[in-house]
Design a protein around this ligand. Structure first.
Ligand code: GLN
Ligand code: ZN
Length: 754
């Protein structure tokens, strides 16, 4: 029996790769220095895994920016606009594709980036030209393997499989992607041949698209493809992850493979039954350690599940994390600030490798003493008072039978709100945050490090609120915001104020390229010891006679951008958050805040990978949102905000949220996203974004007018709001001011014209 790993975090224990990449892009270090950092990191990661007891170490999983992009370079898939004059493909080509830099003096947009399945990792979408050729081009992947071999690592190369690679890319001409498969398979054949000459024994070939509901043409192409590839001496371990693939097992079992990796964390199927479904001479790689969470595993429970399978399959059973450890933080040992109880509940990438070795030892020796000892904190966690709050548990049970609807239907609320606010046609507003200046950041840092006390901090933030309110009045906006100066991040801010969360110091996970996130960790039942935003909003409202919108992050988004617990359902965590947010909403209303926005930018991200499982998710996600605000007065106006969304296939759920106003990102799609609302005859009010906040460009009055006019052809002007696409925290004040002045001007003109 072997332990192996599907992939290891590339960023380094202290984000060394991030720092090196950014220094290189700034011209502060040479390419040689960057290459050296990468080489050292790989070496360290291999050593760390081997020391932890991993028998077969993944190699080739390292990438400078993204492993899908690395595969594109390996296969010579480089968009024309990113090619250099000499047509050489090198590291800078890769960065141009990812970051949208010009190669031939002309600006060249970056390739699209999108979410890697249901994780918060983003990959660069391959672009296939008409009759795209696939020619092995970049040697970096092979160099990694050679480096590992030289270092004496027991290397198992990891490669994204041809079907998933093709599926995840886009054909720029609209040509059916499967037409490119024969060419692509030839390139993969060359890779196989080369690995054979390098003396590689096992290749892990990832086909994560297996978890999707693929249509027949893709299933057939996958089978034909793997039947056609000549593997020589090479043994193929096909890897799938992020969900169950029971629907594919009969097909897969008929292919000339040597093993299959299954995600047994996301898949609750019976391991023994899966074992039966695979040919007996195959390796079954059991992905039993959660590769995308931070929890210590109950190894004794895993032992019990695996022992019968081990008896059957013996050394054809391998142990692995459920997926690549790319999606979890690197090393718990760095977390010296966590209390020891909490620390004992966690395992990061390095510790997960150690767990595999412990589990293997127990299975081989039937000596459970070590794993029993190891699993004690998992059992202690289940009983801990920090985890269990009976009041919250009871309230959640009750919440599940509560009606989620507001007391009055939208039409009644709309009347009450119109009478209450007396807003003009096309009311103007913003999405919440104003520029996070260096000044603001310093304030927050100063209070965190104890340089200033709470009172001083409050004064300073109030000054920023004053500034934001004065600016907005000057600009002439109709509904104001306090500006979110106190927020480091829209999820972390709430996590820090809620019970049930803890924070790591170094728990970074790669999001895209050099960007990492450090998600809060939900450890226990969630409750709100005291109001979280009320004082800031009340203060802002005291400065103006215009309405000020309260600003909250919704339950689905807080959940989606945190590490969730593994002992209760996502639905229950979301409902606990709803309870806390509902109390906040009540307090805001009582403090005279009559417009409250509940942001849900991660609403769509939470959708399950399989379409057939969407509805149950949508049902509880909608309920979680509504339960935050179902008890407010008719005249209290609830807003929600979603960006980066596509609405067509979830419009029913969006309508079911029944927010009085929804603001969305639409400017880049030229109001196209509104069509979903139009066709559904969406009844409530909508604020389609009229300018892209990702760019410093100031939109002109006529540009904004034209967009609003376009919007008014889809949604009656009486139900339209006007606002930017998203929050303005990444912008500077100058461009923000000019853009909003133009936005208000455009609306004033339109009010008399429409
Ligand atoms: N209210 C938040 C802001 O303005 C919304 C951010 C988001 O949608 N991602 O910053
Ligand atoms: Zn947004």
């Amino acid at each position: 029996m072997l332990t192996h790993n599907l992939g290891f975090p590339r960023i380094g224990r202290k984000r060394e790769l991030k720092k090196a990449l950014e220094a290189y892009w700034q011209g502060e270090i040479s390419q040689q220095q960057l290459l050296q950092t990468g080489s050292t990191l790989r070496q360290q990661n291999w050593q760390l895994q081997a020391d932890a007891g991993i028998d077969l170490v993944p190699v080739g999983d390292f990438a400078w920016y993204d492993h899908v992009l690395a595969t594109s370079l390996l296969l010579g898939v480089v968009p024309e606009r990113h090619r250099s004059d000499t047509d050489t493909v090198d590291l800078n080509t890769l960065f141009r594709i990812a970051r949208g830099r010009a190669a031939k003096g002309k600006p060249a947009a970056a390739s699209d980036m999108t979410k890697w399945f249901n994780t918060n990792y983003h990959y660069i979408v391959p672009e296939f030209a008409e009759d795209q050729a696939f020619v092995l081009t970049d040697d970096f992947w092979f160099e990694q393997i050679a480096q590992a071999q030289q270092a004496g690592v027991n290397a198992k190369p990891v490669l994204l499989g041809p079907l998933s690679y093709l599926y995840l890319g886009k054909s720029v001409t609209g040509q059916h992607k499967l037409a490119l498969l024969p060419q692509l398979l030839q390139a993969y054949q060359h890779i196989f041949d080369k690995l054979n000459t390098m003396g590689i024994s096992w290749l892990q070939i990832d086909e994560p698209i297996l978890v999707l509901e693929l249509d027949e043409s893709w299933c057939q192409a996958l089978a034909a493809g793997y039947r056609q590839l000549q593997k020589g001496q090479l043994k193929l371990l096909l890897a799938s992850y992020f969900g169950e693939i029971n629907h594919q097992l009969p097909l897969l079992a008929s292919l000339p493979l040597d093993g299959l990796h299954l995600d047994l964390v996301a898949d609750s199927s019976d391991i023994a039954a899966l074992d039966q479904a695979l040919p007996p001479h195959w390796v079954l790689s059991a992905g039993v350690i959660n590769g995308r969470n931070v929890w210590r595993s109950d190894l004794t429970a895993l032992y019990r599940q695996l022992a019968p399978v081990y008896q059957q399959r013996a050394d054809k059973l391998w142990l692995a994390p459920s997926c690549s450890l790319l999606h979890c933080p690197v090393d718990l040992e760095l977390e010296t600030a966590l209390d020891s109880e909490c620390r004992s509940w966690f395992a990061f990438a390095k510790q997960k490798c150690q767990e595999l070795a412990l589990l293997k030892q127990a299975l081989q020796t039937n000596d459970l003493s070590q794993i029993e000892q190891y699993s004690l904190p998992v059992k202690a966690r289940a009983q801990s008072a920090r985890v269990n709050n009976p009041v919250v548990q009871h309230a959640v049970t009750k919440l599940k039978t509560t009606t989620t609807d507001r007391r009055e239907p939208f039409a009644v609320r709309q009347q009450a709100q119109r009478a209450h606010f007396k807003l003009p046609l096309l009311p103007t507003t913003t999405i919440g945050s104003f520029p996070q200046t260096a000044d603001i950041r310093q304030c927050r840092l100063a209070v965190k490090t104890g340089k200033i006390d709470k009172t001083r901090y409050q004064q300073l933030i109030q000054q920023h609120i004053q500034l934001a309110i004065a600016e907005q009045e000057q600009i002439g906006l109709d509904v104001l915001v306090h500006g979110e100066a106190e927020r480091n991040d829209m999820v972390e801010y709430f996590g820090e104020l809620l019970d049930g969360f803890v924070f790591s110091q170094f728990g970074w996970v790669q999001s895209y390229g050099s960007r990492c996130v450090k998600p809060p960790i939900i450890i226990g039942d969630i409750s709100r010891p005291q109001p979280m935003t009320v004082e800031w909003s009340r203060y802002a409202q005291s400065l103006t006679s215009k309405p000020v919108k309260g600003m909250l992050t919704g339950p689905v988004t807080i959940l989606g951008w945190s590490f969730p617990r593994d002992d209760i359902s996502r639905q229950d965590i979301a409902l606990q958050l709803s309870l806390a947010l509902a109390a906040e909403v009540q307090d805001l209303q009582a403090a005279g805040i009559d417009i409250i926005q509940i942001d849900e930018p991660a609403f769509r991200e939470g959708l399950p990978l399989k379409h057939s499982q969407w509805q149950p998710y949508l049902d509880w996600a909608v309920a979680a949102f509504k339960l935050c605000c179902h008890n407010v007065r008719a005249s209290t106006q609830i807003h929600t905000h979603m960006c980066y969304s596509e609405f067509n296939d979830i419009i029913e759920a969006i309508a079911a949220l029944d927010a009085d106003v929804i603001t969305i990102e639409t400017s880049r799609s030229n109001m196209e996203l509104l069509s979903a609302f139009e066709h559904f005859a969406y009844p409530n009010e909508i604020g389609p974004g009229v300018y892209d906040i990702h760019s410093p460009n100031v939109p002109t009055v006529s540009w904004i007018k034209q967009l609003v006019e376009q919007a008014a052809t889809k949604i009656p002007a009486e139900r339209l709001w006007v606002n930017p696409d998203c929050g303005l925290k990444t912008r500077g004040w100058n461009e923000t001011r000019s853009a909003l002045v133009n936005m208000v001007k455009a609306c004033k003109q339109l009010r008399s014209e429409l």
